[in-house]
Design a protein around this ligand. Structure first.
Ligand SMILES: CC(C)(COP(=O)(O)OP(=O)(O)OC[C@H]1O[C@@H](n2cnc3c(N)ncnc32)[C@H](O)[C@@H]1OP(=O)(O)O)[C@@H](O)C(=O)NCCC(=O)NCCS
Length: 167
């Protein structure tokens, strides 16, 4: 399968936060940001893999700053790494006032999600490799490989521990 450049699937989603998005503290609920992140990452995964893709894991979700009512929130996403059927999508979330131009957006969250491309039986299917286009893309690819190694090692170690210590 021919590699696809990173820019081919990269996309963004934006949302103005209102009173329905808040938690009991009055700031925006983390789950609202997570939904936006999953939505934009899903669009990227579908675009890269050319068909259905499901969320297999979401990790490294870091909330850096609170988000408030009246913030215009942008989630930017791209494929960082692609394997046989799975891909890591990185998402950067920025916020700026919805009604004022010229205010530099603040980074409010970052997330890494694993999507698996599936066929019509829900079974993993092959996807194209990703072709990094910039030094930044190369860095993301290298770091995604480190995260994948840690994810799979952690999963294998936990399964081995359960096998060794049955309830
Ligand atoms: C994701 C899913 C299709 C994977 O099926 P599976 O039988 O475990 O598939 P495999 O073991 O062959 O793994 C397929 C790929 O996913 C990767 N993968 C699976 N689970 C993973 C995890 N938790 N973390 C990282 N990678 C994972 C594997 O490493 C493999 O990658 P590769 O093909 O690029 O080498 C299956 O678990 C599933 O359908 N999950 C539910 C997804 C869903 O409904 N999401 C929405 C939630 S509302």
């Amino acid at each position: 399968m021919d590699p696809k450049p990173t820019s081919a699937a990269r996309t963004s989603l934006s949302h103005i936060m209102t009173a329905v998005d808040t938690n009991l503290l009055g700031t925006v609920h983390g789950g609202v940001i997570m939904k936006l992140v999953d939505d934009v990452a899903g669009a990227v995964a579908q675009r890269h893999s050319g068909g259905p893709a499901v969320t297999a894991a979401m990790d490294g979700m870091t909330f850096l700053q609170p988000v408030r009512v009246g913030d215009l929130v942008h989630a930017h996403a791209q494929v960082n790494w692609a394997g046989r059927s799975s891909m890591e999508v990185g998402v950067r979330v920025l916020a700026e006032p919805w009604d004022r131009a010229g205010v530099a957006p603040t980074r409010v969250a970052t997330a890494y999600l694993v999507f698996v491309a599936v066929d019509d039986q829900g079974q993993p299917r092959a996807i194209p490799p990703v072709l990094p286009e910039t030094p930044e893309d190369e860095r993301r690819l290298r770091e995604a490989e480190i995260r994948r190694h840690h994810r799979l090692t952690r999963r294998d170690e936990i399964l081995a521990s359960r096998t060794a210590n049955p309830l």
